[in-house]
Each structure stands twice: as C-alpha cells, then as structure tokens.
Design a protein around this ligand. Structure first.
Ligand SMILES: NC(=O)c1ccc[n+]([C@@H]2O[C@H](COP(=O)([O-])OP(=O)(O)OC[C@H]3O[C@@H](n4cnc5c(N)ncnc54)[C@H](OP(=O)(O)O)[C@@H]3O)[C@@H](O)[C@H]2O)c1
Length: 220
C-alpha cells in the first residue's frame, strides 16, 4: 500500500490541474485545492478538499499549507499576467508559509517559452515567443520572475520547475522525460503525469527543465 500524502494544488480547475488532481486522487492521496470557482469541481469526491479563494486576495496560506506534503502550482491567467506578475507575488508569500510548516517540496509549471534563470532561450524558441506566442509574453515574464525568485531566494526549498510545451488536451502520446534542450508539444494529460512523477524525483530538485517524449529505441 502506498503512503497517503496531501497535495496542495493551485490551478486545480485548469487544463493541467484537472489531470493532476485526478492522478493524485486515483493513487489514494488527499488533495487540497484553492479554487476561485469551486463549482468547477465535484465536491462529492472523497479526499478532495476544496477551499474557495483567489491567489490575488491574500488567501489564508497557513490554513492551506498546514499538513501538506507537496505544493503544486499549475496557475495561469494570461490576461491578467499581461500587466501583473500575480504568480510571482503569490509564490513570494507561499514559500515563507511553506517554511513555517516545514513543507519542503514545491513544483511550479512554467512554459517552454519561459527562459531558465541566467539562460537564454534557443533562437527557435525565442522566435516562436515573439511571433505566434506573443500574446503570452506577460505570462512568460511572470514565470521567469518566479524562477529567479526560487533560484535566488528559496534554495532551502526543494523546488522543481517544469517548463512545459503543451499543444492539446488529447489522449496520452507517451511518457515525458526531463530535458535541458529538447521540448515536445505534449498533451495536458502527459504534462500532468510528468509533474506527478517529478515530485518524487530527487534529481529534479532545483532544475528548470523542459520535457520531451522518451525516444523509442530504433528497431534493427
Ligand atoms: N496552456 C498552454 O498551452 C501552456 C503551455 C505551456 C506551459 N503552460 C504553463 O502552464 C501553467 C498552467 O497552464 P494551464 O494551461 O494548465 O492553465 P489554465 O488552463 O489556464 O488554468 C489556470 C488555472 O489557474 C487558476 N487561476 C488563475 N488565476 C487564479 C487566481 N487568481 N486564483 C486562483 N486560481 C487562479 C485557474 O482557475 P479558474 O478555473 O478559476 O480560471 C485555473 O485553475 C502556466 O504557467 C502556463 O504558463 C501552459
């Protein structure tokens, strides 16, 4: 029997979040979420604990973080992030709350078009970011500020950032693995599964890697 852990999930009603929550519940874990609109979730599901609120309205972080084993951010609001770094402001409050309750491990999902701290995007990714993905610039800038904060001020926390490349909400296309260079256009389901695995991978701590589908060995 596996140990039952408590996952505190932000962004549970989102496209990655809904798959992540299902995976953790299926494995028998307890999942606590903060949701702006709890009606998007099925409150009758056992082991799903729903708190109503917004990250921009100073939620009661002590109540949320107390007892959590893992904290997961799958947050995004591309419209608001055009003008405000809401995720950075929130993570700056969240990490001290994690310290208060000795919660060590934190996973943050950013985008493949968000650069790691002190690194440049490849020319190809930079070109995509500044053309077809231009509408998400604010979101990438917010994600980059979160990564810089974690790298500069939160190395005592076991954080890991997944710089995901996502294209659709279709079925699984395979298993993703961490990569510093390769990025696949994955499904939300596969990104959620990758996030779930990353949380129990000590080699992922303090990394901001991309993810790519495992290459199948060539048949001779
Ligand atoms: N979508 C993509 O193609 C893509 C690709 C690569 C990387 N990413 C990255 O992955 C992360 C998550 O993306 P996603 O597409 O899975 O997210 P999403 O579907 O846009 O969902 C975002 C989640 O954040 C929640 N949220 C937004 N503002 C909030 C607030 N003020 N308070 C509480 N919750 C709030 C939303 O709640 P509501 O249900 O209330 O709106 C929703 O649950 C982002 O950092 C994004 O940059 C996304």
């Amino acid at each position: 029997m596996i140990t039952q852990n408590t996952f505190l999930v932000f962004g549970a009603t989102g496209q990655t979040g809904k798959h992540f929550v299902s995976l953790a519940l299926k494995d028998g874990h307890h999942v606590r979420v903060l949701a702006r609109n709890p009606a998007k979730l099925d409150s009758s599901i056992p082991h799903l604990e729903i708190h109503q609120g917004s990250i921009t309205d100073s939620p009661d972080l002590d109540r949320l973080v107390d007892g959590a084993d893992f904290v997961v951010s799958l947050l995004g609001d591309a419209q608001l992030q055009k003008t405000r770094k809401i995720n950075t402001a929130f993570v700056r409050d969240l990490v001290p709350a994690m310290r208060r309750y000795a919660v060590k491990r934190f996973l943050y999902q950013a985008g493949g078009l968000s650069a790691s701290p002190n690194r440049r995007l490849s020319p190809a990714l930079w070109a995509i970011r500044n053309t077809i993905a231009r509408g998400y610039s604010g979101q990438h800038e917010d994600n980059e500020a979160v990564m810089r904060y974690l790298a500069d001020e939160a190395m005592d926390i076991e954080w890991m950032v997944h710089r995901a490349g996502i294209g659709s909400d279709g079925p699984s296309k395979g298993e993703l693995e961490r990569s510093s260079r390769r990025v696949s256009i994955a499904t939300f389901r596969d990104c959620a599964a990758h996030n779930y695995r990353l949380l129990s991978d000590p080699t992922a701590i303090h990394t901001c890697d991309l993810s790519a589908y495992r290459r199948r060995p060539r048949s001779r």
